[in-house]
Design a protein around this ligand. Structure first.
Ligand SMILES: Nc1ncnc2c1ncn2[C@@H]1O[C@H](COP(=O)(O)OP(=O)(O)OP(=O)(O)O)[C@@H](O)[C@H]1O
Length: 564
């Protein structure tokens, strides 16, 4: 291996899919011993670049060199043989197998030694006997990362690996990236989070519309210079409250950081500003006062009463949980992943039935309702795993946008008016800034962030929309799109919709929500009023299982126990 040569050199890389230019004349150099970040808005071409390096997409033009030697993979096996390991946005594990069985599929020599090494060197633990389908997405992602590390790669390519990791998982991964770089190898890290870039990266390349819009050593590229390269407008144009969500104050996102008082977000003041904006701008629009008048009504937009849910192995995932979401109220659920949030979303989506308790929407019992019945009644659900649960990848974008609501495009109740449907879809695509090759494009051809926008647009368009329950609503979105999604959520609440947001981004919950509860071992603790100066610290303590020491915000009308 020529260690003096760059780990990876890409020159003139060009790739089109039909009429879409995904990459155009892209040049990029990843030096050995560095973490090289690849940035850019949704649909900029980042994943396509990773796929070319990983041998799963053939370029139309351009060349690659790996540690000084020509490198032209024709299939993923070529990349593996060359010492490149990939972690893609979508999981490659076999869900019906255990973690250990998935690892054995790699057919690596000395597997136990490699597993021990990854555990020791990177501190990444795995439960080899756990069935993948039963793991929370964050743990699945960690498993994918370990799987890549077991190959002992000389170049590791990570395509948005931190979206599904909590703060601790993200810290571990960024430390892993640094360690790989320090050992002389290299990492390509695709991310939307500028905080991660600052913490782990040495250099960056920014893509925009498939072309390189800028790049260089990060010492010369502070966030104020990166943001315009990414989204074409200055950093100052972003909602100040977004700083934490996009990772500019990533340190402050961990409860530990909050507890130690080092939360940069608070110190810098952007969060209160963002929150003030959220509440202040909504009022004239007729928003029900958070929890005030709304909470006084008899019915709630969404009401869970004493709901218990068991996992497949019989253990308790939700334990007699009660929760109210008022009309016009935005309620957040924070917590370390695996504390019942996935099961709560599955319960709301109708894919998981409770063993006890009741789910009501606008006073109507939906406990055992089928998913379609729920959306007709006005319960919008954006699931955690949108590709597998939130859409049908092999259908057109237009079909996905109007799934379950095709009747409105039927003539005489029978024939589907595809033109009308495509016209309606076109206006949704434009309105939501979704980058797709028209309404007829297959959902699977959209970039990850654009798929996410489609699912969100569909659920927000439900009529009526009594309650929107969204898991990680801005996961995978670029920094410009995050602000747009927050505005849409606030607008929905201003129009009277109750909103439930499950997010691993504490900063996101703090800027968006009227109150925040914390999932802990199948219970909901709190609530906490995000406007309180010590909200971050209190949520951090609840994440670790502390009981709420004070009643929640004025709005609830409940004792904290009502939100067990
Ligand atoms: N297999 C495909 N068929 C058709 N179009 C595709 C295909 N793969 C990617 N594209 C298109 O290429 C463009 C770049 O997509 P890519 O997934 O590389 O973007 P990205 O920068 O990774 O976005 P995101 O941040 O949303 O993941 C998009 O317009 C996408 O729709």
């Amino acid at each position: 291996m020529n260690t003096a040569a760059p780990a990876l050199e890409i020159s003139g890389l060009t790739k089109s899919f039909g009429t879409t230019r995904a990459l155009e004349e892209v040049d990029l150099v990843v030096e050995s011993g560095t973490v090289h970040c690849v940035l850019g808005e949704n649909g900029a071409g980042k994943s396509t670049l990773c796929h070319v390096v990983g041998g799963s997409v053939a370029p139309d033009a351009g060349g690659l060199r790996l540690y000084g030697s020509p490198y032209a993979p024709r299939r993923p096996a070529d990349a593996l043989a060359a010492g490149i390991a990939m972690v893609h946005q979508h999981f490659s594990l076999v869900p019906t197998l255990t973690v250990g069985e998935n690892m054995r599929l790699l057919r690596l020599r000395d597997l136990p030694r490699r597993v021990a090494r990854v555990r020791e060197e990177y501190g990444l633990e795995l439960d080899l006997d756990a069935r993948v389908s039963e793991l929370p997405v964050g743990v699945r992602q960690r498993t994918e990362i370990v799987k890549a590390l077991l190959r002992e790669p000389r170049l590791l390519v990570l395509d948005e690996p931190t979206g599904v990791l909590g703060p601790a998982g993200t810290d571990a991964l960024l430390a892993t990236c640094r360690r790989i770089a320090e050992s002389g190898h290299a990492v390509v890290l695709v991310t939307h989070k500028l905080g991660e870039v600052a913490r782990a990266g040495d250099a960056a390349t920014v893509l925009r519309g498939g072309r390189v819009s800028g790049g260089g050593p990060l010492a010369e590229l502070p966030p104020e210079r990166l943001v315009p390269l990414m989204i074409g407008r200055p950093a100052g144009s972003l909602d100040a409250g977004l700083a934490g969500t996009i990772g500019l104050a990533a340190d402050g996102d961990s409860p530990e950081a909050g507890a130690s008082g080092s939360g940069k977000t608070r110190a810098g003041g952007p969060e209160p500003a963002g929150r003030a904006l959220a509440v202040g701008t909504a009022e004239p629009g007729g928003r029900a006062e958070p929890g005030g008048k709304a909470a006084a009504r008899v019915t709630q937009a969404l009401r869970l009463r004493d709901v218990s849910v068991r996992r497949a192995d019989g253990t308790s995932a939700l334990d007699e949980v009660s929760l109210d979401v008022g009309y016009g109220e935005i309620v957040g659920i924070a917590g370390v992943e695996g504390n019942g949030q996935s099961e709560l979303m599955a319960l709301l989506g109708g894919s998981l039935a409770p063993v006890a308790g009741r789910v009501e929407l606008d006073g109507r019992d939906l406990t055992r309702a089928a998913p379609r019945e729920r959306s007709r009644a006005g319960l919008g659900v954006v699931p955690e795993d949108r590709l597998h649960e939130g859409c049908v990848p092999q259908l057109r974008v237009a079909d996905n946008l109007f799934l379950g609501r095709l009747d409105r495009f039927r003539r005489h109740g029978v024939l589907l008016d595809r033109r009308a449907m495509d016209r309606a879809a076109d206006s949704v695509l434009t309105g939501h800034g979704i980058r797709a090759d028209g309404p007829g494009a297959l959902m699977s051809s959209l970039s990850g962030g654009n798929q996410q926008k489609v699912v969100l647009a569909r659920e927000l368009a439900l009529d009526p929309l009594i309650c929107l329950a969204a898991a990680q609503p801005t996961r995978g979105l670029d920094i410009g799109a995050v602000g747009a999604v927050h505005s849409r959520i606030r607008d929905a609440a201003a129009a009277g919709t109750g909103v439930l947001v499950v997010s691993s981004e504490l900063s996101e919950l703090l800027v968006l929500c009227d109150r925040i509860t914390v999932a802990y071992r199948g219970k909901l603790l709190g609530p906490v009023d995000p406007a309180e100066p010590d909200a971050r610290e209190r949520i951090g303590a609840l994440m670790l299982g502390a009981r709420a020491s004070r009643p929640g915000p004025e709005n609830t009308g409940h004792t904290p126990e009502a939100l067990r």
